[in-house]
Structure formats: structure tokens, C-alpha cells
Ligand binder design. Structure first.
Ligand SMILES: [Zn+2]
Length: 222
């Protein structure tokens, strides 16, 4: 029961976070107007705004004009809902902070194909004092990724900067597991959705899900 409440609390925060980032990006006030359909501009009421449930119940469509809503808000609601469930199992504030900051990067990567440098900097500042033992292995992994990126031009610098604090948090073994899992997710989703033509893949959403699953695995194993 408590985990269900935590899920919906996290999902509500995910919905709010998506709204804030979308409106800041579009230069619209966060407070007014109330949420509306992007296509027919009909104001959405409570029935349309229940995190996760409304999107599933309406199959991602506007009830008034049948417009297909972007799944970004739904993805973020689900992601932060599960993040808070993870937190409820461990009370690990550091993991929760990572998942919230990753949530912000998730959305900016989807919307603008970029992340704000302040995000990895916040994470490094908060994680480093608690994970000094993982510094060398994290620097090692990050250097390898920078070299791969320089030679192959695959990963963006922002992605690698964001990976450094995650390596710090996870340590070497779980970092390798997390990298393999995240890359596998990219391959599976893109094979299924056949989005090969898109030149630049937003990688942070896959890293975010990869981190969430890895963190859940750590909780299960401990
Ligand atoms: Zn509509």
C-alpha cells in the first residue's frame, strides 16, 4: 500500500516536472493557463490528469479531439514513480537524487537533444564525498568512453559527463553491468521501432532506465 502511494507520489512529481520543463522551453507561465490539449486547446480536467492511469485509460489520446499525446509525460511519470518505489525500499537519498536529476536530463535530451552541464556537476558534487573509493575506476571508465567518442563520434560529451557520477555511485562491476544493460536497451528499442534513420539518438532515457534497473538489482541482491 505504501509503495503504491509512493509510486503515485513519484508519478505526480514526474508529471509536474514534465509540465515545468515543457513550459519553460516554450516560454509559457508554469501557473497559467491550466493544462490543455496541444492540438484542440481544450482545458484538461482532473480525469485527464491522473498520472499514468489517464494516459493508459485514454490510450494516449485527447478525449476531445483524438490527438495522440506525446508519451514523454507518461514515461517520466512511470520512471519517477518507480524511482520513489526504489527509494521506499532503501531510503537511499543519493540514488533518489540521481534518478530525479536523470529525469530532468531525460526530458531535455528528448526535447532538445542536450543536457544541462549543471546536472552532472550537481551529481558529482553530491556523490563524490560518499564514493571516493570508486574515483579511480570511474575516471578509468570515463577516459575510455571519451577515447571511444573521439574515435567513433558515438556518445556525446554531455552523456559521458553524466555517466561519470553514475560510475562513482555504482562502482566498477555494477557500472559495467549498467553500461551493457543501457546499450542493450538502445539496440532492442531501435530494432523494434525501426528508427535507424534518426541521426542522433537521445541516449539519456536509456541510461535512466538502465540506472533504475541496476539500482533495483542492487537493492534486490543486498
Ligand atoms: Zn485535443
Amino acid at each position: 500500500m505504501i509503495l503504491t502511494l509512493l509510486f503515485f507520489l513519484g508519478a505526480s512529481f514526474g508529471s509536474f516536472l514534465t509540465l515545468v520543463l515543457f513550459r519553460v522551453h516554450q516560454k509559457i507561465s508554469i501557473i497559467r493557463p491550466r493544462s490543455f490539449c496541444d492540438c484542440c486547446h481544450h482545458p484538461l480536467n482532473i480525469k485527464d490528469l491522473i498520472p499514468v492511469i489517464s494516459y493508459l485509460f485514454c490510450r494516449g489520446k485527447c478525449r476531445f479531439c483524438n490527438y495522440n499525446f506525446s508519451s514523454q509525460s507518461f514515461q517520466m511519470e512511470f520512471y519517477l514513480g518507480l524511482s520513489l518505489v526504489n527509494w521506499g525500499l532503501t531510503f537511499d537519498w543519493l540514488a533518489l537524487l540521481i534518478e530525479i536529476v536523470m529525469g530532468i536530463c531525460y526530458l531535455t535530451d528528448l526535447q532538445e537533444l542536450r543536457i544541462y552541464t549543471i546536472c552532472p556537476l550537481i551529481l558529482i558534487t553530491c556523490i563524490l564525498p560518499f564514493r571516493l573509493a570508486n574515483l579511480i575506476s570511474s575516471l578509468f571508465l570515463t577516459t575510455i568512453l571519451f577515447m571511444v567518442s573521439f574515435l567513433k563520434k558515438g556518445l556525446g560529451v554531455g552523456d559521458i559527463l553524466l555517466l561519470f557520477p553514475l560510475f562513482l555511485f555504482l562502482g566498477l562491476t555494477m557500472s559495467l553491468f549498467f553500461l551493457i544493460l543501457s546499450c542493450s536497451l538502445v539496440i532492442i528499442i531501435y530494432l523494434l521501432s525501426q528508427h535507424f534513420i534518426q541521426k542522433k539518438i537521445p541516449f539519456v532515457p536509456y541510461l535512466s532506465w538502465g540506472f533504475l534497473f541496476t539500482n533495483f538489482l542492487i537493492i534486490t541482491l543486498s
